[in-house]
Design a protein around this ligand. Structure first.
Ligand code: PAP
Length: 337
């Protein structure tokens, strides 16, 4: 596949943008349950069980109505702050390793952030009333989304498109999200405290939440349809990166050859996509996404267990309790260290 482009004009770095909504979307907004967002002067709306900003809702609606999946599509799905930037990098290098050999000096990942190489559907291609131009994409198209399983465009569910789902333990996900929102906030007086955001998170009111519905729906699908949905965990990739990259390659039917393994291709992909390597590239230290956000906002610590710096004992117990209840009977558990 080639590097995607959109024909629409560049959009400024406005996560909170409210223009570009269709009349249909504006009308729908008046009917949806809403809660104050983590940026207190804004709202999140509950659409099909998913909490979304106005802007994202516009993107989701347009995507649901217009996107036509192809059987060869590969779609990365994540809860925000689960390691999307990392998995986009791994997927891009893995899928394109014939076209862009990993050892070459001009590899696209060295000069572009993975968010510009693997676009989000609702957050990039269909946002702000844009009409995406897929003509520059070659097969397989590599795309991403934060949408819940229930809100995916029907053609994704009906086609042979493959879904790669990445999740992360909820404590680190919450802390990463909280930092990110503080980082992009334009007005620092417009804050909810960490305690308020945490209470929202535990009630399920978080960007693209509830966290547990998002995870559980894809988890169930991955069990029922293992050839359609591949379920990965951030902490497990951290612990055994080689194993999981090879499993991912098998799922996507692009296994590493013995020759590639001997030449160190697997190790080099992991090195190239590591937090240390990516976060130190000039493009990620000082560059911006085509949509305007600073690339460095996507690289904070990249660790497992940073939540311990921020959580009180009570917070930890409260979230443990919530997660235990929500995930009961699912055989899914998280690694926190
Ligand atoms: P997004 O959903 O908005 O795209 P996403 O990439 O999922 O964001 O989340 C960023 C998190 O992934 C950050 O975690 P932290 O806040 O706990 O540090 C970021 O540091 C981490 N991250 C980014 N790149 C990598 C990487 N190569 N390896 C591991 N973690 C990474």
């Amino acid at each position: 596949m080639s590097i995607p482009q959109t024909t629409s004009p560049q959009i400024p770095p406005k996560y909170l943008r409210q223009d570009g909504l269709t009349d249909e979307c504006k009308k729908l907004l008046t009917t949806l349950p809403k809660e104050r967002s983590w940026i207190a002067s804004h709202y999140m709306y509950n659409y099909q069980g998913l909490w979304l900003s106005q802007r994202l809702l516009g993107g989701v609606l347009a995507c649901q109505q217009q996107f036509q999946a192809q059987g060869s599509d590969i779609i990365l799905v994540t809860n925000p702050k689960s390691g999307t930037t990392w998995l986009k990098s791994l997927l891009f290098t893995l899928i394109n390793r014939k076209k862009y050999p990993i050892f070459e000096q001009d590899h696209p990942l060295l000069v572009k952030n993975s968010h510009d190489l693997v676009p989000f559907l609702e957050l990039k291609l269909y946002v702000d009333g844009q009409v995406p131009d897929f003509s520059s994409f070659t097969s397989p198209r590599l795309l991403a989304t934060h949408m819940s399983f229930a809100s995916l465009p029907k053609s994704i569910q009906d086609s042979r498109a493959k879904l790669v789902y990445l999740c992360r333990n909820p404590k680190d996900t919450f802390i990463s999200m909280w930092h990110f929102i503080n980082n992009i906030k334009l007005d620092h007086t417009d804050s909810k405290s960490i305690e308020e955001c945490f209470d929202d998170f535990c009630k399920g009111v978080s960007p693209c939440g509830p966290f547990w519905d998002h995870v559980l729906d894809y988890w169930k699908e991955s069990i029922e349809k293992p050839n359609k949905v591949f379920f990965l965990m951030y902490e497990e990739i951290k612990a055994q990166p080689k194993l999981h990259l090879k499993r991912l390659a098998e799922f996507l039917e692009c296994q590493f050859s013995i020759e590639e393994e001997k030449c160190g291709v697997v190790d080099e992909i992991l090195r190239m996509c590591s937090f240390d390597n990516l976060s130190n590239l000039e493009v990620n230290r000082n560059g911006k996404l085509s949509s305007g956000e600073e690339n460095k906002a996507y690289f904070r610590k990249g660790e497992v267990g940073d939540w311990k710096t921020y959580f009180t004992k009570e917070m930890s117990e409260k979230l443990d309790h919530t997660i235990e209840q929500k995930f009961q009977g699912s055989e899914l558990s998280f690694l926190y260290n």
